[in-house]
Design a protein around this ligand. Sequence first.
Ligand code: F6R
Length: 368
Amino acid sequence: MTLQIAPRQDLLDDPGAMRDLDPSGMMDLTVGFAAQCREAVRIAAAFAPGPVPQRPVNNVVVTALGGSAIGGDLLRCLAARETDVPLIVNRDYTLPAFVSKDTLVIAASYSGGTEETLAAYAQARQRGAQIVCVTSGGILADRADTDGAPVWRIPGGQPPRASTGYLFFSMLAALAWRGLLRRSVDADVEETLELLEDLRGEYGPSVATDANPAKALARELQGRVPVFYGAQEYLGVVAVRWKGQYNENAKSHAFANVLPEQNHNEILAWALARRQAPRWSVVYLRDPRERLETPRLAHRVDVTAKVIGRSVRSREVVARGESLLARMFSLVYLGDFASVYAAYLNGIDPTIIPGIDRLKSAMRRFKG
Ligand code: F6R
């Protein structure tokens, strides 16, 4: 894998050059994300998992890793407003001790083969938890079929991180099936789908850099260490999604943190940041309503930007849409596009993940 140090200035306006760098079509999947979400909603609604169990659900654990887990994080943001029970995301081989027969465990693995998720699934069975799975197949689907656990089956054959629509909307359907949502979120879902269809037209590869916020952002961050900051509720989670997409698509280091927590430790690290790496860029993920709805938090972000200071290049991006779901996904989509453009600027195929592949096959060989 070779990195292009000084990319051509017009690379992002050259469709042929971008296609050459993207033989597996990550850009097609990214453009297709809006349609994927619409299809995901349809598939999830068409699945009939059977009669709703009588047992109560007192808490929900999504157990997943990487590109599958981020769908759980987004679900957690929604659940914080829309459910009466707590929902946590578990990224581990083991489940927390509170998981019991009154827990709904959503085991989500796009491939169905992630060993940590399979181990957590087995533990959920031992604890007698109520289990549902979201997967395209693999061992997880086989085990769930054998055990009689409902499986939201999603189309396979693409990278998990490019399948967030399938994963998220299936998990949302599982919450709705168990009657855990306080209200119907159908209108919010429709708003989100329509907004994504609009944004696809604004961020797509045929829109020139000077009119394309996603290309412009990727250009601005090129050759720098990006740091994504978002305030609590959903922006911090989207910051983590952006980091993951920069890591996996652009093969670039990136950092993410959430405010207010960042104000209580990481803010100090900027003192020596330029000794550690010469060029950093901060992106503040912001919400159009924060000044009205959470003015102290909005002010915190403003003050943070001042404290970090002018020596570090920074910019803001603002979510679009009305509902929480739409605002969340609007920023996810911008980050997804920017990360693929960043891969092109790095001269790198966004789809391949050699480090992860190597790690997973070494783990499969280890019989300990
Ligand atoms: C690859 C990706 C990874 C995987 C992770 C878990 O595109 O995003 O982060 O999601 O290795 O694999 P799955 O999702 O198949 O359980």
